[in-house]
Design a protein around this ligand. Structure first.
Ligand code: UD1
Ligand code: CA
Length: 454
């Protein structure tokens, strides 16, 4: 049977105490709703509908281009009311799987298990054994173990509140029963809301089959209602990603101190020291070592390269056996060939660096094409910008630039050039010669040290 997935995301999330809609608050750097959308799409459903209300423009904008349907719920009268708004948009004959937009950790495998288990049931729900069930709907079971109803925290008796088995917010309804069950919902409860959870009791009253799948990992179905829970989910997510990396053979110096906000692909024998952040798509080849406190975004780092502490790398391609840092900043458009060395307090932008070249200390190199075997002395900078335009510097193979030089672009430093220390180079240099621009050193013989006047 084709499947429609409905993601409930219309609430403000008042308990977050934030003006932004709850579901756009980030987990691992991305709106929590996007995690739910990704997982939903991975099941290849016929249709995904997101119910939006509070801050719907913001949410639609963030989710655009993914082929999602949106249904407005201008007034948030409850999760059941949210589903009712979708009835007109549902593709006829589709089974329905409802997910909460505030539960970003659920895995596709868990949803598939639920769907498999659901076959033959009119309603099927995912429950879990909560360590602290406070705030969740509780699963009421009969003496024979069959499910009877879900009672919300605020409607639960003291006795019911002791039940640990809780509702995850994830529920399946068979195609032919969606409309009948949703139309039975009312708001006769403490919160005067239309509870989706009441479909369970209505289904049972109708003599329909209701099944429950208990999610073995309670962390997976955590809902986020406040900042404390958001932080907890973030740390569970972090631990999950760290665990996956270690399973792939990565040595993490401390799995509690790594953040992966995107995809991180790794080769063999990769080591990552503490407090590193990976964003976007990052690939670390075999034997790469990342020192402490590095931030690496959309980058590929070749085998045996060593990224020393406090380095940031953003949109760059790094070759094999390259050493970068400590305290280096590699900006977008940088491409380093093999055996390059970039040292401390060096900034590189939109620059190609040929194999074996070195920029060891305190430099800015931007908009440059650098050949191989080049040595850039300490404090060298490319002056690539006149305030309006950017200009290119070309440094050919085997060039040696003396310390504290300025290369004023556009300029070409020909193959084998040596630039004398402290030069300001404004014109192209000839190959294999020493070029320098430096004012003559003078000493004033009759100079006197100033003395203080009283
Ligand atoms: C809900 C469940 C509870 C369950 C918990 C799991 C109900 C009545 N309760 O409670 O049993 O244990 O999730 O996390 O369903 N939303 C709308 N429109 C509305 C109201 C809510 O779209 O009118 C959306 C919210 O944006 C949110 C989701 O539905 O993404 C859940 O709403 P929330 O208010 O967080 O429900 P809980 O109180 O957590
Ligand atoms: Ca919730």
């Amino acid at each position: 049977m084709p499947l429609s997935i409905i993601i409930l995301a219309a609430g403000q999330g008042t308990r977050m105490k934030s003006s932004r809609p709850k579901v756009v608050h980030p987990v691992a750097g991305r709106p929590m709703l996007l995690h739910v959308v990704d997982t939903s799409l991975s099941l290849k459903p016929d249709q995904v509908i997101v119910v939006v209300g509070y801050g719907s423009d913001t949410i639609r904008e963030l989710m655009k281009g993914q082929g999602l349907g949106f249904v407005e719920q201008p007034q948030q009268l409850g999760t059941g009311h949210a589903l009712a708004q979708c009835l007109g948009d549902l593709n006829q004959g589709n089974d329905v799987l409802v997910l909460n937009g505030d539960g970003p950790l659920v895995r596709a495998e868990t949803l598939q298990d639920l769907l498999r288990h659901a076959s033959g049931s009119s309603v099927s729900l995912l429950s879990f054994m909560a360590e602290d069930p406070h705030g969740y709907g509780r699963i009421l079971r009969n003496d024979d173990g069959s499910v009877n109803a879900i009672v919300e925290e605020k409607d639960a008796s003291a006795e019911e509140k002791k039940i640990r088995e809780s509702y995850s917010g994830i529920l399946f309804i068979e195609a032919s029963k969606v409309r009948v069950l949703v139309e039975k919902l009312d708001n006769n409860n403490t919160q005067a809301e239309y509870y989706l959870t009441d479909v369970v009791k209505h289904a049972i009253a109708e003599g329909l089959n209701v099944s429950v799948t208990i999610c073995p990992d309670a962390d997976e179905v955590r809902g986020i209602n406040n900042q404390v829970q958001l932080a907890e989910v973030e740390s569970i997510y972090r631990a999950r990603r760290a665990g996956e990396l270690m399973q792939q053979g990565v040595k993490l110096y401390d799995p509690a101190r790594i953040d992966v906000r995107g995809s991180l692909q790794v080769g063999c024998d990769v080591e990552i020291d503490i407090n590193c952040v990976f964003e976007g798509d990052v690939r670390l080849d075999d034997n790469v070592r990342i020192g402490a406190n590095c931030v690496i975004r959309n980058a590929k780092i070749g085998a045996y390269s060593n990224i020393l502490p406090m380095t940031t790398i953003d949109e760059a391609i790094i070759g094999r056996q390259v050493s970068i840092g400590p305290y280096a900043r590699i900006r977008p458009g940088t491409e380093c060939d093999d055996d390059v060395k970039i040292g401390n307090f060096v900034e590189i932008k939109k620059t190609k660096i040929g194999s074996g070249s070195k920029v060891n200390h305190l430099s800015y190199i931007g908009d440059t094409d650098m050949g191989s075997g080049v040595n850039i002395g300490a404090g060298t900078i490319t002056c690539n910008y006149d305030g309006i335009n950017k200009f290119k510097t070309i440094i050919e193979d085997q060039v040696f630039i003396g310390s504290n030089s300025q290369l004023v672009a556009p300029v070409t430093i020909a193959r084998g050039t040596t630039i004398g220390a402290g030069s300001t180079i404004t014109r192209d240099t000839p190959a294999d010669k020493l070029t320098l621009s430096r004012s003559k050193q003078v000493t004033l013989d009759n100079w006197k040290k100033p003395t203080r006047k009283i």
